[in-house]
Design a protein around this ligand. Structure first.
Ligand SMILES: Nc1ncnc2c1ncn2[C@@H]1O[C@H](COP(=O)(O)OP(=O)(O)OP(=O)(O)O)[C@@H](O)[C@H]1O
Ligand SMILES: [Mg+2]
Length: 241
């Protein structure tokens, strides 16, 4: 399997969403939200956008949150992204980050925001960073995050753009197969359809299945396979409840 990001619908919608945030008018607030189930490609998409922005000279800040985060560790991670050492008291770090975001027009992406959405102080700090810079701030998390943020009115009201990651459709599965697999191999429509439905459209599981098929086809020197040809060899990890 090739290592690249495929521009499926969720990726295109996320790019459009960020462009809207960047080109918004003065009256529109600039916090964005990306949410959706695990394995749907949120982090991959944001990393891809990060690289594109970096190439075009608009490198943003990207931080991933951890279960053990506190306002202090969160700010220290943003500092380290900017190549700076932590400072105390915390107010100094906030000032430093605000100054840098303003001077260099830095957008801020906060991945795995589920870990901090329950922490009033960290969330308010993110709102402070946004209010003092008005640079785009994008929060990324799982399904629950939208509901949990909705309880933080001051932050919620500043969200002007959002993307909910949808399960991959058959067109997306086609695109993954075409762009990631060895180009000499063909998977029949019925097997692609089987992969889509059994994976529930979760990208992580789709790619695991495609890789298994690719490996098997190369091992047996086949260039075409359909559902009957695959037979009952396992493709998905299932568990009994
Ligand atoms: N557009 C894409 N092109 C290629 N590979 C992708 C794409 N989207 C997702 N993947 C692959 O699918 C896997 C899961 O994606 P990712 O980790 O981005 O999901 P996530 O939504 O961030 O999940 P989580 O909520 O668990 O963090 C990754 O291994 C990634 O390589
Ligand atoms: Mg992720």
């Amino acid at each position: 399997m090739k290592h690249k990001t495929v521009e499926v619908k969720n990726v295109l919608r996320t790019q459009a969403m960020f462009e809207n945030l960047q080109s918004r008018s003065m009256i529109t607030p600039g916090i964005g939200l990306i949410h959706g189930p695990s394995g749907y490609g949120k982090t991959t998409t944001v990393t891809y956008m990060f690289n594109e922005l970096t190439v075009s000279g608009h490198q943003p800040l990207y931080v991933r949150c951890y279960a053990t985060d506190t306002p202090s560790s969160f700010l220290a991670r943003v500092m380290s992204e900017m190549g700076a050492e932590p400072m105390f008291p915390l107010r100094k770090m906030v000032d430093y980050i605000v100054r840098s975001m303003n001077e260099r027009s830095l957008a801020l992406f906060v991945d795995e925001a589920d870990h901090i959405v329950g922490q009033a102080k960290t969330m308010e700090t993110i709102r402070d960073l946004y209010d003092s810079t008005e640079q785009p701030v994008v929060l990324i998390g799982m399904e629950e995050i939208a509901r949990r943020i909705s309880h933080r009115k001051q932050l919620f009201n500043r969200i002007s753009e959002w993307v909910e990651f949808k399960s991959a459709d058959i067109e997306d599965v086609h695109l993954f197969a075409a762009e990631l697999m060895d180009s000499r191999l063909t998977i029949a429509e019925d097997l692609l359809d089987f992969i889509r439905s059994k994976s529930s459209g979760e990208v992580r599981r789709i790619l695991i299945a495609l890789e298994k098929i690719e490996r098997a086809m190369i091992a047996s020197d086949e260039d075409y396979i359909d559902l009957a040809g695959w037979g009952d060899r396992p493709l998905f990890l299932t568990h009994r409840r």
